[in-house]
Write a protein that binds this ligand. Sequence first.
Ligand code: NAI
Length: 345
Amino acid sequence: MNAFEHPDFDDHALVVEHTEPDCGLRMMIALHRMRDATPSLGGTRMLNYETTESAMRDVLRLSRGMSYKSAMTGLPYGGAKAVVMGVPPTQLRSQVFEAVGRAVEMLGGRFRTGVDVGVSPDDVSNMAHATTFVVGTGPLPPAELTAQGVMVAIRAGARYRLNRSALAGVRVGIQGLGKVGLRLAQLLIAEGAEVWGSDPDAESRSSAAAAGVRISPLKDLHALDLDIFSPCALGGTLSTTTIADLRARVIAGSANNQLQAPEIGERLQQRDVLYVPDFIANAGGLIAAAAQLESRDAAWADRKLDELAATLDQVFQLANAEEISTSAAAERIARTRLDDLDPAR
Ligand code: NAI
C-alpha cells in the first residue's frame, strides 16, 4: 500500500522510503506539515514491525501527532517522524544509524530528529556523523522534559476529575518504566504519590523498584485500584478490552497514540474516565527540541510546560461544554490552530 491510499494519510507533505542494502537499513520518513522557514520535527523510532503497512501507519500517525503537539504548544514547527524497520544486529547498529543520518541529511534540514522508542542517545550520536540535523542533544534532556510535562498533565487531571490539588497519597500506575516512566515515577514519589509500575525488561523493573515503585505483572497493572493510569510504553494500549477493567478515573501518560482506535476516546468519556490527550501530555520532548533549535534556556522551557496546564483546561472545558470526548476536543483545537498556520490547506 502506498501512502496516498493509507487510511492514516492526512495530506502529508512528504513521505519517503529509504533503503541502504549494505547494512540492511529500511526506513520511512514522513513530514506531515512542511513550512518554508521552519523545519519539521519528530523523533526516530526503531521497531521490529510485522508488516510494511504497520510501519507506514506508525510514521503517518506519529508525524500527524507531532503537528498537533506543535500546534498545542504554540510552536511553529511542522510534525514529522522517521521509522526504522527492524532492529539490526549489534555489529551493524552504528552503520545503520550513520545511514539514517545520511537519509536525514538528504532532506537538507527540512527534517530534524532525535531519540524515540528503540533509539538511544548513542544511536543519535552515530546519526550525527552524517548529519547536523539532530535534536534532543542539547542541555535540556527530552525524556526529563517529557516526564515533567506528564506531571503537568497528571496534576491537571487530578485537579479536574479527582478534585485533588496535591498528589500526596494519589495512586498512579505507570505502564513502561523506561526513560520517561522511571523519571516520572521519581517525580511522583517525591510528591508523595503511591506508584505502581510494569515493564517486560528486568533491568527497568529493578531500577524502578530501587526508586520505590511497586512492580506489577504486565497484564494486571491497568486493572489495579488506581486513581491515575499512565501509559508510558508503546501506543495502542487503551482498547475496548483494557478499558473495561480500568478502575483509574484519569489517564495521563507519555506514550504516543494511546487510543487503539478513535472511538475509545468516546468509550472513556461514557465511562467517566478523563483521558488527557497524549499529544499534549507528552509535549515536553518537543519543547526540549525547540529549546535547542531556538537557543532557549530552562526558564523558557518551564514556562512552555506550565502553559500546557491552561491548554488542558481549554480542552476539558470544550469537551464538557460540547459533550464530546477530550480526544475529540483536543483534535478540534489542534486542527483549528493548524488551519490558522496553514490557511492554504
Ligand atoms: P523507552 O524505550 O526508554 O521506554 C519504554 C519502556 O516501555 C521500555 O522500558 C520497555 O521495556 C517498556 N515496555 C514495552 N512494552 C511494554 C508493555 N507492554 N508494558 C509495559 N512496559 C512496556 O521509551 P521512552 O523514551 O521512555 O518513551 C516512552 C513513551 O513516551 C514512548 O511511547 C515514546 O514515544 C513517548 N515519548 C517519549 C519522549 C521522550 O522524550 N523520550 C517524548 C514524547 C513521547
